[in-house]
Design a protein around this ligand. Structure first.
Ligand SMILES: [Fe+2]
Ligand SMILES: [Fe+2]
Length: 318
């Protein structure tokens, strides 16, 4: 039986408390600050452990990578939850369109709006908009983030990786785990990072797209196939991501096959959220290759030429 999410969370929390008890205190803080991000950390860690095991890493390394993934977004502690809930949200476009018309938010591209713009918008209907702004700025000061008040919102969000490093340094976390956690966005760096950082990086992107649990509103709730396709598209554009194909293959094997098998069984048109529901429900075994034939046709039709080779390899592993 596959370990459930709750069992995994409990096991890794124990591992972390052996490693560094202060890391657990930080985790609790994150849970209170933004539960969805807390859960995202563990969902990424679960995939990272799976991928690292399949790649044959030694136990010690698997443990390091898994713990690093479980604390990778700790830096979101320094980003206000209003901003965390806004990032990537579909409704954001509506909010900005409305706000721009009202002249509440300056007429500029969505990602260029600053935290000050956003709070001005949010506070506009309150009894005391000035107080709302003051409280927000006070929060920023307390959390060493005041410098972001008039910078594009994206800058504050991007800062979270650096903030993760700062938080983990403060508690003297094992340097190797710290390094992995603080490089989970390899794309932020000029130089090419080692393969292990890419494992967390790819699993992070994948989970950010498919996560539907919790209240992490910036999860786009993409279907598994779309998420895999998106990562493949991205990997084609970036040379360092070429070597991450193996990670994508493993994630595909874990998620796409049960997903598509379920899809084939339904024979009806269903929307993405229903499909995600189906993935969670499914625990079908993947042993019967004949059953996978129609699925192969379905997926091959969906994917680009280059990626077909990868898929063929995935299926030949069955
Ligand atoms: Fe992150
Ligand atoms: Fe993340």
């Amino acid at each position: 039986m596959e370990e459930s999410y709750d069992e995994f969370e409990e096991r890794i929390r124990k591992e972390i408390s052996f490693e560094n008890i202060k890391a657990i205190e930080l985790m609790e803080k994150l849970k209170n600050h933004h539960r969805g991000t807390y859960k995202h950390n563990f969902l990424v860690a679960k995939d990272v452990e799976y991928v690292a095991k399949k790649l044959g890493y030694p136990k010690k390394e698997i443990r390091c990578l898994t713990i690093a993934a479980a604390v990778h977004d700790m830096g979101k502690l320094d980003v206000h939850r209003i901003i965390l809930d806004l990032a990537g949200k579909k409704e954001q476009v509506k909010i900005w369109n409305y706000a721009n018309k009202q002249g509440v938010v300056p007429d500029k591209p969505i990602e260029h709006n600053t935290p000050r713009d956003i709070i001005r918008y949010y506070g506009r209907n309150s009894e005391n908009p000035k107080k709302v702004m003051e409280e927000f700025i006070e929060w920023m000061k307390k959390n060493n983030s005041k410098k972001f008040i008039d910078l594009p919102m994206r800058t504050w969000l991007d800062y979270h990786q650096e903030a993760t490093k700062k938080h983990l340094e403060k508690i003297n976390l094992n340097p190797k785990i710290l390094f992995y956690a603080a490089t989970h966005h390899p794309e932020y760096f000029q130089e090419e990072l080692n393969f292990e950082c890419q494992i967390i990086g790819v699993c992070d992107k994948f989970n950010a797209m498919i996560q539907s649990e919790g209240d992490r509103s910036y999860a786009k709730r993409k279907s598994v196939v779309t998420a895999i396709e998106t990562i493949l598209m991205y990997s084609r554009k970036r040379k360092e991501y070429r070597k991450t194909i193996k990670i994508i293959e493993l994630l595909s094997k874990k998620y796409v096959i049960p997903y598509a098998k379920r899809l084939l069984k339904t024979n009806i048109q269903v929307d993405h959220s229903t499909l995600e529901e189906m993935i969670r429900e499914t625990n079908l075994c993947m042993k019967v290759i004949e059953e996978l034939h129609p699925l192969r046709i379905f997926l091959l039709r969906k994917l680009k030429k280059k990626d077909k080779i990868i898929l063929k390899r995935i299926f030949s592993m069955q």
